[in-house]
Every structure is written in structure tokens, then in C-alpha cells.
Design a protein around this ligand. Structure first.
Ligand SMILES: NC(=O)c1ccc[n+]([C@@H]2O[C@H](COP(=O)([O-])OP(=O)(O)OC[C@H]3O[C@@H](n4cnc5c(N)ncnc54)[C@H](O)[C@@H]3O)[C@@H](O)[C@H]2O)c1
Length: 309
């Protein structure tokens, strides 16, 4: 008998709640919101469900404080953990979130061993590495959400600067999800026209810098917590690519086994996401300068991962 997909979102905080709402609005499947707090996810789930007659989506949205609610999930989005506070770097979060994500990973292994796992919790590349290590899953099954968001931010800034539709702007951001990320300027275009034909170099540099610091810009403005709508939209785009076997090409954090000369860490690179999960890591020729920046970013991520080895 055909059945609906189930998407479990672990961590019913800002990002988790937004993921649940977007998944439901897109009717990608039934949603289960799970948190350590038992009642709060039930309240958020009910709130989303009560919007469904108005928004015209028809899926089940449930909340739970029980890890067993992961059973049968086709996709698990991991957002459990602490968010950055003002002045806190993503790295400060490492030890706090490693404990949380390690236990979430054990629960995924126990209750949803066949699920496709999208990690969102920061520090992103380290947490994705930890989930794969703890679960022992194939690398196809565990990816981190970073490049999709970093690229969305770069695209937004390019569109704002040039006063064009974001729909026509494309870009690719590689590297760790942090200040060392590598926006590939030569891959950024407006309907195929390279941005270097449309903007002066100093303007491009400014947009690259803003992209690198975009997470912090929002942390500062919010005063409490970090971005959640665009991160959730990016994680849900990855969910959709998997569930609909879309073969979408985007930046994501993936386990490298020698690609780009890097191994045994998670790092942002271009991937193809399909019904097979991480179907392919796409290796593009990098310029010597890009290669150096990517290697430096990889070293930053490796240092953090080494703390957990
Ligand atoms: N990858 C990215 O680009 C990106 C973007 C934004 C946020 N993030 C990260 O996502 C994470 C969540 O951010 P947020 O704004 O939703 O934070 P939040 O504080 O609003 O929500 C986190 C939730 O996790 C829950 N939680 C804690 N331990 C848990 C456990 N063991 N099991 C289940 N739930 C648990 C908390 O109770 C809380 O409800 C943070 O680490 C943040 O830095 C990443």
C-alpha cells in the first residue's frame, strides 16, 4: 500500500519549527517534531496544523518528546542544539552541541537506520562528521546543510546590489560553514553573465565579505538567537531533492575521501542530491588561489574535528 513520506525534525527550536512549517506547506510528507522538551513540540505541531485549513496543506504534523517518534522516518533533519549568542562564534558551540548531536545520532541509528540525514546544527561540518561517525552510516546517507544557505545569501546580496531578480542569480560557495567559506566568484552569474562583467572588483569583494559574515550579521541584529527562516528553507530544499529524486546540484557539506585532495572530514563542496541521497561529489577544477583557500578552510574544520576524535 502506498504511504506518505515521514520527515522527522529533531530540535523544535527556531530552525526546527520553520522546517516543519515549510515541509508541511510543501506537502512533502507527514512531519514529526521532536525535542527534549516534551510539550513544546506538541504545541508547535498543533499550531502549524491549525494553520493548514487556511494555507491549504493536508499532512499530519505531530510533536513528541520521545526519541522513538523517529521510527519510520524517511528523512531526519537535525537542528537540536544551542544557537549562537551575540559574540559567540560557531566554534564556541562545539562542545555543547557535540554532546547533544552525539545522542541524537545514536537515536537515529536505533530508530531510523535507513533515513537520509540532513544535519543543520553548528559547528556544521563537525556535527555532520559526528553524526556519520556515531551512526556508522554510508556517506550517501548523511549530509550537512551549509552551501545551500551560504549560496542563497550570496545570491541575495548580488541581486540586491544589481537590482535584479534573485531567480536569475546563481552562485556556489565552498568550504567550511564559517568565516573561512569560499564563495566562488567566477561561478556567480546573472542568467549566465559572470558577475565580474557586471560589477567592479571592490563591490564583489564587499559582497563576498558580507556573505562570509552573513550569519553573524543576523545574530547581531536579532540580539538573541540566529537566523532560522533561510536555514530552514535550505534544509527543506535538500529534503525535497531527496524525496523527489531531483538530482539537484548545490553546495553541501559531505564526507570527503580524497576529493579535492582532502579526506576524513566533512566540508562544503558541490554535490548532486537525488533519491540515492548524496549521489555524487562534483569535482571542479579550482584555481591555485581557490585551492589554497579551500585547503585553509579544511584545516580549520579538521582542527575542530580533531577535538572530538
Ligand atoms: N547550518 C546552518 O547554516 C545553520 C543555520 C542556522 C542555525 N544553525 C544551527 O542550528 C541549531 C539550532 O538553531 P535554533 O535557532 O533552532 O536553536 P534553538 O535554541 O531555537 O533550538 C534548538 C532546540 O534543540 C533542542 N534540543 C536540545 N537538545 C536536544 C536533544 N538532545 N534532542 C532534541 N532536541 C534538543 C532545544 O530544546 C531547542 O528547542 C544551532 O546549532 C544553530 O547554530 C545552523
Amino acid at each position: 500500500m502506498p504511504r506518505r513520506n515521514t520527515i522527522a525534525v529533531v530540535g523544535a527550536g527556531h530552525v526546527g519549527e520553520s522546517c516543519a512549517l515549510l515541509v508541511a506547506q510543501k506537502e512533502l510528507g507527514d512531519v514529526v517534531l521532536i525535542d527534549v522538551a516534551a510539550d513544546m513540540p506538541k504545541g508547535k505541531a498543533l499550531d502549524i496544523l491549525e494553520g493548514s485549513p487556511v494555507e491549504h496543506f493536508d499532512v499530519s504534523v505531530a510533536g513528541s518528546g520521545d526519541d522513538a517518534a523517529l521510527s519510520g522516518a524517511d528523512v531526519v533533519i537535525v537542528t537540536a542544539g544551542s544557537a549562537r549568542k551575540p559574540g559567540m562564534t560557531r566554534d564556541d558551540l562545539l562542545n555543547v552541541n557535540a554532546k547533544i548531536v552525539g545522542s541524537v545520532a545514536q537515536n537515529i541509528k536505533k530508530h531510523a537506520p535507513d533515513a537520509f540525514v540532513i544535519v543543520v546544527t553548528n559547528p556544521l561540518d563537525v556535527m555532520a562528521w559526528l553524526v556519520r561517525k556515531t551512526t556508522g552510516f554510508d556517506r550517501r546517507q548523511v549530509v550537512g546543510m551549509a552551501g545551500a544557505l551560504d549560496s542563497a545569501r550570496f545570491r541575495t546580496f548580488i541581486a540586491m546590489e544589481l537590482d535584479v531578480s534573485v531567480k536569475d542569480v546563481h552562485s556556489l560557495v565552498l568550504g567550511g560553514h564559517g568565516d573561512s567559506m569560499v564563495p566562488l566568484v567566477r561561478c556567480a552569474s546573472v542568467s549566465g553573465v559572470p558577475i565580474s562583467d557586471l560589477m567592479e572588483p571592490d563591490v564583489i569583494d564587499r559582497l563576498v565579505e558580507r556573505t562570509r559574515k552573513a550569519g553573524g550579521e543576523i545574530v547581531k541584529l536579532l540580539g538573541d538567537g540566529s537566523a532560522y527562516v533561510s536555514p530552514a528553507a535550505s534544509a527543506v530544499m535538500m529534503t525535497e531533492a531527496y524525496l523527489k529524486d531531483q538530482k539537484r546540484v548545490m553546495g553541501a557539506s559531505a564526507y570527503l575521501t580524497g576529493e579535492y585532495g582532502i579526506e576524513d572530514i566533512y566540508l562544503g563542496i558541490p554535490v548532486k542530491l537525488s533519491g540515492r541521497g548524496l549521489e555524487e561529489i562534483i569535482e571542479i577544477d579550482l584555481s591555485p588561489e581557490e585551492r589554497t583557500m579551500l585547503a585553509a578552510s579544511a584545516e580549520e574544520v579538521r582542527k575542530q574535528i580533531d577535538i572530538l576524535r
